[in-house]
Design a protein around this ligand. Structure first.
Ligand SMILES: Cc1ncc(COP(=O)(O)O)c(C=O)c1O
Length: 377
């Protein structure tokens, strides 16, 4: 873990708000996934953090990519990935995504029956199964519920599989991803059991892709054992698509205290907020907060950002040593869906990102205001 002194050095050198990543933790995270899932093929869900430096690192390590937009496919190509390394996913793929994915030889994740009319001839395909399960995560992160927009409901899967085969596509297997930050491992057990129910209806398969979604501190070995069992039911190779598990713990958002304020609650005002880290506002995510200062006395406060939005609060009821303007806080576990979801709302330039790999390397420079309005008249 990066020390307080290292984090303060980064804040002083590169300014705040700032995303910092620890290369050794990235490597440790990959190794944890590889150890748990043995020889399963890993496709990094790059939506979690698409920074090219991270993608190059994963590509060099033999990891493939799950892409959900033309831009993500372009990033994969940019770091040297080939079609063999690519899954093209998404509930509403564009014509260009089908064309480019097919030309590259990527495998498509088919999300609904009517995609059959849109897939280029002889496409490689997995069928995404909606297992119709309520899972232990925030509603906005659940993707395998019956009311979710994702996947083909269980009852429709055999017909879609058979139609793909009949149409001459290379139907490689099934896919399931029940959501992100899943807290209860039994949810994976239930999802894999539902997949296994399809074995008599769809026959043997080349691939079973069980997605990602593993919550913080999840028992990866336990989930992996069950996933392997489900794959074996189909005689299939196991594929996985972790996002958070590969990058969350390596990333920290550094932000400076701008001031203090008390209304009905006590606030510490920061120079980072929802535009830099949307997760707390979007789905109530909680990031551990580390004060990079020591001072006598502590106080309980909410950490609020600079946006004119009441929801712009990064953490609630945090106990901190008494803060002063200029102190730096570290919001931890911010490597996944942090920088990736940062926005230009309020014409706020997106923060710089730096990687510690024995020395600091800027992997994304701070955006300028001019870059934000460059495409405008
Ligand atoms: C299809 C698919 N696979 C994998 C992931 C990665 O999820 P996580 O970052 O929770 O591992 C996502 C996340 O939304 C996804 O939609």
């Amino acid at each position: 873990m990066l020390t307080d002194a290292q984090l303060l050095d980064a804040a002083a050198q590169f300014g705040t708000p700032l995303y910092v990543y620890d290369a050794s933790e990235l490597d440790a995270a990959l190794s944890r996934v590889q150890t748990a899932f043995h020889d399963a093929r890993i496709f990094y869900a790059m939506k979690a953090n698409p920074n090219l430096s991270l993608l190059r690192r994963w590509h060099t390590a033999g990891v493939g990519f799950e892409c959900v937009s033309l831009g993500e496919i372009a990033r994969a190509i940019k770091v040297g990935a080939s079609g063999h390394d690519l899954l093209v996913n998404g509930p509403a793929k564009s014509g260009e995504e089908y064309r480019l994915g097919f030309d590259l030889g990527a495998t498509f994740i088919v999300d609904r029956a009517s995609e059959l009319e849109l897939l280029p001839p002889h496409s490689k395909a997995l069928v995404r199964v909606n297992p119709g399960l309520d899972v232990s995560t925030h509603d906005h992160l659940a993707t395998g519920a019956a009311i979710s927009k994702f996947g083909v409901p269980m009852g429709g899967v055999p017909a879609v599989v058979s139609a793909l085969r009949t149409a001459g596509h290379d139907l490689r297997g099934l896919h399931v991803h029940i959501g992100s930050a899943i807290e209860n491992p039994d949810d994976f057990t239930a999802a894999f059991a539902r997949l296994s129910e399809l074995r008599p209806l769809v026959g043997g398969l080349e691939v079973l892709d069980v997605g990602g979604g593993w919550g913080q501190g999840a028992d990866l070995s336990g989930i992996a054992a069950q996933a392997r069992h489900a794959a074996a039911v189909f005689g299939a190779a196991l594929w996985v698509e972790p996002g958070r598990a590969l990058v969350a713990s390596a990333g920290t958002l550094l932000s400076q205290v701008v001031g203090l304020k008390s209304t009905g609650r006590d606030f510490v005002l920061l120079d980072a907020g929802m535009t830099e880290l949307l997760r707390p506002m979007l789905y109530g995510a909680e990031h551990p907060v580390r004060a990079l200062w020591t001072r006598g006395g502590t106080q309980v406060c909410d950490l609020a950002g600079p946006a004119c939005e009441s929801g712009d609060v990064l953490a609630r009821d945090v106990r901190l040593p008494t803060p002063l303007r200029g102190d730096v806080v570290a919001l931890q576990g911010a490597g996944a869906y942090g920088a990736a979801m940062s926005s230009n709302y309020l014409t706020r330039p997106r923060p710089a990102e730096v990687l510690w790999d024995g020395e600091w390397r800027v992997v994304r420079r701070r955006e300028s205001v001019e870059e934000i309005w460059a495409g405008e008249e």
